[in-house]
Ligand binder design. Structure first.
Ligand code: PMV
Length: 321
């Protein structure tokens, strides 16, 4: 029993921020993301008769995490047969927990590797539901390019779907690392806290409208339109965080300066926009021809520690044995 899978992180252009009441991470807002190339989580699942219990490692160190254990146990339950103790070895080729969506690529790779190793033969909907139950954004990392996560009243309808292939609109992403510290407030806690914002309900309504408009902009490859929607959506999410009680502020000074630089470049005709998740890093999405300029501009921002350039990546996949 052995399988290895890889998945890429994704960043949302229309954000999932807020959960419905109840179990299983059902989002309160539909979301739309791009899957990133180059950055990846690789997860190997194998049985190990020497072990008493399952062991999970991340970059060589043993991890104990209730969310990971719960995901593993749900997947094992799908096997409907006794499963021996498993070794689950994971490595990320990028900083973990620094706002680069390592949980998204991590859970997508885990679901894909467990599916293959335990021969669960899950269909796409089942894989998306298992990934979403672990971390909703992980469902989007099952696919490459532009990906949606949406659903209706029934929680079981909340699944990810591919929207457009990476090759159909090959954008680039310049990531400015503004802090390498793990974030102090997890996404789940931040979402819960955000419900105290007086703007929370309005946020869920505008997010739904942004989602519809962004899909049209993507279908038309309308960069300027997508830029406006994505920046407005990102700032609206952060406005909800800021107006929570107590307020949540994930940014550093460098984050703010990167926002100014990106906006300045766009005013000067450069095809670039920013988005920021529940952390300080700034992701500048741009047309390939703008990469050199955007990279140079963000590298020069005081406090930016590193700049990483990636493109759009493919779906999660099981590696050949
Ligand atoms: O799936 P989680 O719990 O890691 O939450 C993701 C939240 C954001 O990254 C801020 C937005 C998103 O849609 O990815």
């Amino acid at each position: 029993m052995q399988a290895t899978a890889e998945a890429h992180p994704n960043i949302a252009l229309v954000k999932y921020w807020g959960k419905r009441d109840g179990p299983d991470n059902v989002p309160a807002t539909p979301s739309l993301s791009i899957t990133l190339s180059h950055l990846r989580t690789r997860t190997r699942v194998s049985d190990d008769t020497a072990l008493m219990n399952h062991v999970v490692t991340l970059n060589g160190a043993i991890v104990a995490d209730a969310k990971i254990d719960a995901c593993i146990n749900r997947l094992i339950a799908r096997a409907h047969r006794p499963i021996p103790a498993l070794r689950i070895d994971t490595d990320n080729n990028f900083p973990t927990a620094a706002g680069l969506a390592s949980s998204a690529s991590g859970f997508a790779a885990l679901v894909a590797a467990m599916d293959a190793a335990l021969e669960l033969r899950m269909n796409e909907t089942q894989r998306a539901i298992e990934a979403r139950r672990a971390s909703a954004s992980a469902a989007r990392s099952l696919y490459g390019g532009f990906v949606t996560l949406q659903g209706g009243i029934d929680p079981a309808t909340w699944i990810a779907r591919p929207e457009l292939d990476a090759a159909a609109w090959p954008l680039a992403v310049v990531i400015a690392i503004c802090s390498d510290q793990p974030k102090k407030v997890s996404s789940s806690s931040g979402m819960q806290q955000s419900k105290t914002s007086p703007y929370y309900t309005r946020w869920t309504e505008t997010a739904a409208a942004d989602f519809t408009a962004a899909r049209v902009a993507i279908a038309q490859r309308d960069f300027a339109r997508l830029a406006d929607i994505a920046e407005a959506n990102c700032l609206a999410m952060h406005a909800v965080m800021l107006s929570a009680r107590p307020g949540l502020l994930y940014w550093t000074g460098a984050t703010v300066e990167c926002i100014h630089r990106v906006r300045q470049m766009r005013t000067e005709g450069c095809a670039v926009f920013f988005t920021i998740d529940a952390g300080p890093q700034v992701k500048a999405v741009c047309e390939p021809g703008a990469v050199d300029r955007v990279r140079a501009a963000l590298t020069n921002v005081p406090g930016v520690q590193e700049v990483i350039v990636v493109g759009l990546g493919g779906a999660a996949r099981v590696l050949p044995a």
